[in-house]
Design a protein around this ligand. Structure first.
Ligand code: ARG
Length: 228
């Protein structure tokens, strides 16, 4: 597949949106950490590169690999056909579940009950895409990140938030009075986004990922951030 080239010599540049615990979040000290960051670090190490993490809006992270500004986009990114048309994806490294967060006592108990409600989502995410497809654009509000969507739910500006299960659990743990519905909205695969033209990088990342899966590194990273 040719020689491995990256945006900056010696570096693996990762575009992310660090508002998505436990995959990527910003600590009080301003550090970016999480499952995706540790996994990218392990991949970079295998490729003999130094990881550089760039935090930005979620849709900007998707664009940056398409525009050749970052080598990889890692942000709990769901593989979809629309995205596959414009970017390359690694093999999947995790399963994502679109979940519904509602206030305790809400009459919303399943995805169908979202009809006629105001739904909060993060801009550019599959939660936004599915909800606008299923319930129409007027029913869906797009927020900059999951946390602001959850704050809007707390303030009664929306009736529910549709977001990936792992951050949903963390947001709900920090916000008494909210709960995650048992019935999920959709199941999906997370993968690493890359530029369509960089086939050498796609192959190298897949090879590294396979080793990290086989030797238990990936699982131990997940276990570090997700307990129970
Ligand atoms: N899995 C969803 C998607 O790909 C949401 C990902 C949001 N990630 C983030 N770091 N904010 O659309």
């Amino acid at each position: 597949a040719g020689e491995l080239t990256t945006v900056m010599a010696g570096k693996l540049t990762m575009a992310t949106n660090a508002t998505f615990p436990p995959y990527e979040m910003t600590t009080d000290g301003g550090d970016i950490e999480g499952i995706d960051v540790d996994t990218a670090k392990a991949i970079a190490e295998k490729l003999g590169l130094e990881l550089q993490v760039d935090d930005m809006e979620f849709d900007a992270a998707l664009l940056s690999v398409q525009q050749g500004k970052a080598d990889i986009a890692m942000a709990g990114i769901t593989v979809t056909d629309e995205r596959k048309a414009v970017m390359a994806f690694s093999d999947s490294y995790a399963t994502g579940i679109q979940s519904i967060i509602v206030p305790e006592g809400s009459d919303i108990a399943s995805p169908d009950d979202l009809a006629g409600k105001k739904i909060g989502t993060q801009r550019g995410t599959t939660g936004y895409i599915y909800c606008t497809d299923d319930f129409g654009e007027d029913s869906v509000v797009a927020y900059d990140n999951g946390l602001t969507a959850v704050q809007a739910l707390n303030n009664g500006q929306v009736d529910a938030v549709v977001i990936d299960n792992a951050p949903a659990k963390e947001y709900v743990a920090a916000n008494p009075g909210l709960k995650v519905l048992e019935t999920s909205y959709a199941e999906e695969d997370y993968a690493i986004g890359m530029n369509k033209d960089n086939t050498a990088l796609v192959e190298a990342v897949n090879a590294a990922l396979e080793e990290l899966k086989a030797d238990g590194t990936l699982q131990s990273i997940v276990d570090k951030y997700i307990t129970a």
